[in-house]
Design a protein around this ligand. Structure first.
Ligand SMILES: Cc1cc2nc3c(=O)[nH]c(=O)nc-3n(C[C@H](O)[C@H](O)[C@H](O)COP(=O)(O)O)c2cc1C
Length: 451
């Protein structure tokens, strides 16, 4: 294995009580986490002290699922938690270095709102904001936004392409030094440094300018989390970070080289896009201690919750009519998350899993890479993923909070550092600088350079 020159990136992917579907029932979990600001404040301080690149808040604009029996037994289906931009703005005031990424949907928002909110978060945090662009995968969200059914996959991505262009265009409507605020002359801003967008496309008509000055990072970092064909193309053209889910190093490598291979088509280099798969680590001093910890939390899964999670992930298919200990039936291709459905069905067929075995398998990491072992075993694998072209970093998904996070910080981070794989200090102050991403130049400067 050849050592890379750079170090890996770490994101703390914080679900309120943790990522395991039964996390909130764990004796050490903070059960009211979703409405407990002090809980998030404490987590943010731990993450920053450990020098992570970023904190990531996933989001959905609606609870997920209709099955009240299952929903009423879970804390991770966006049932009761803060709106992420509001939460991250408050956390920004308590921290100085760590980056903040929040999800916002291109299907159930207008680009002006999103450009404005993330530019504001970038100012409030001093250049630490990132937007996780998702097209929304859930039918439930549609019904909160004047629709009976979710927008079709292809149309979602078509709208997302234009949405991303409008947002980035709005971020360029002011040059960095547009605001003179010269009390003497009475000139607040220089009109020559304001650039109207005047966008007219299939989905949007937006004049601009944005009513927030240019963001400290130029543009907040754009993150993407879709893995289907259109998702990969959108990411290759517009994203600077990809959050992704892979079960095996082989799949992760194939995805990594496929997406990095698409960048040249859009005039971009491989370093312009960082790929960060999720990792769900269960850490023990010994392998058997790690397994015991994992079993302890697995036993807390109610079958109704496991089944409903699986039905949702497999594309809103109703599995309740099938025996729990029988095989997964054939299902039709979903309009929701295509890549996640494919990943699950392949896993079930590959390992001949029953419905119950499959939900137990994905209940923790929900399709992400799950690893149960000692710090050395876990870091050996992270290192292999990093240096053999499967990942530029990882989105850490603690099983339950806060202990899953402190376990990672106390046992995994030191081992990564011992091997020279992770920073001991922040080198810069912005999210871009942590991730090693370039700041986008304002188009007017690019035009000058080209003259
Ligand atoms: C790490 C990760 C985080 C995600 N976060 C969100 C989220 O916060 N909200 C959301 O609606 N979808 C989220 N998704 C789902 C993706 O946006 C997307 O719908 C899914 O990966 C399927 O994409 P595809 O239809 O292109 O295959 C996430 C996916 C991944 C891998």
């Amino acid at each position: 294995m050849t050592r890379r020159k750079d170090q890996l990136s770490l994101g703390a992917f914080l679900y309120p009580t943790g990522h395991h579907i039964a996390a909130w029932r764990h004796p050490q979990a903070q059960a009211d986490a979703g409405s407990n600001f002090a809980h998030y404040a404490a987590l943010a301080r731990i993450v920053e002290a450990a020098k992570f690149d970023l904190i990531f808040m996933a989001d959905g604009v609606g609870t997920r699922g209709r099955d009240t029996e299952a929903l009423s037994r879970t804390a991770v289906r966006y049932v009761a938690q803060f709106e992420p931009l509001t939460l991250l703005s408050a956390l920004a005031a308590l921290t100085e270095r760590v980056g903040f990424v929040a999800t916002a949907s291109t299907t159930y928002n207008e680009p002006y709102h999103i450009a404005r909110k993330f530019a504001s978060l970038d100012h409030i945090s001093g250049g630490r904001a990132g937007w996780n662009l998702v097209t929304s995968a859930s039918e439930d969200e549609a019904q909160n936004f004047n629709r009976d059914h979710h927008v079709a996959h292809a149309e979602r991505y078509e709208r997302a392409e234009e949405f991303a262009d409008v947002v980035r265009g709005l971020w360029d409507t002011w040059e960095q030094d547009a605001f003179l605020r010269d009390k003497e002359s009475g000139i607040f801003y220089d009109p020559d440094k304001q650039h109207l967008l005047n966008h007219r496309g299939k989905h949007f008509k937006v004049r601009g300018p944005l009513n927030v000055s240019r963001a400290p990072q130029g543009h907040p970092v754009v993150v993407q989390a879709g893995s289907s064909e259109p998702g990969r193309d959108l990411a290759a053209r517009t994203a600077e970070v990809i959050f992704t889910a892979h079960q095996t190093i082989e799949d992760a490598r194939a995805f990594y080289s496929d997406v990095k291979g698409r960048l040249a088509r859009f005039g971009r280099s491989v370093d312009d896009l960082k790929i960060m798969p999720g990792i769900f680590p269960v850490i023990g001093k010994t392998e058997s201690e790690a397994r015991e910890k994992f079993e302890q939390i697995q036993e807390l899964i109610h079958p109704a919750v496991g089944l409903s999670l699986l039905s949702g992930m497999a594309g809103d298919v109703d599995l309740s009519a099938y025996p729990l200990d029988g095989p997964i039936p054939d299902v039709t291709e979903t309009n929701g998350s295509k890549s996640r459905q494919k990943l699950l069905l392949e896993l079930a067929r590959r390992e001949n899993l029953t419905i119950r075995q499959l939900y137990l398998r994905v209940a923790g990491a929900r399709g992400h890479w799950q690893i149960v072992g000692t710090p050395e075993q876990i870091v050996d694998q992270m290192e292999e993923w990093f240096i053999t072209g499967a990942a530029d970093g990882f989105n850490v998904m603690p099983p339950h909070l806060p202990v899953g996070l402190t376990d990672f910080v106390e046992h995994i981070v030191p081992e990564l550092r011992r091997r020279g794989l992770f920073r001991t200090e922040y080198a810069g102050r912005t999210l871009r600088s942590h991730l090693g991403l370039r700041e986008p130049q304002h188009p007017s400067r690019t035009a000058v350079a080209a003259e």
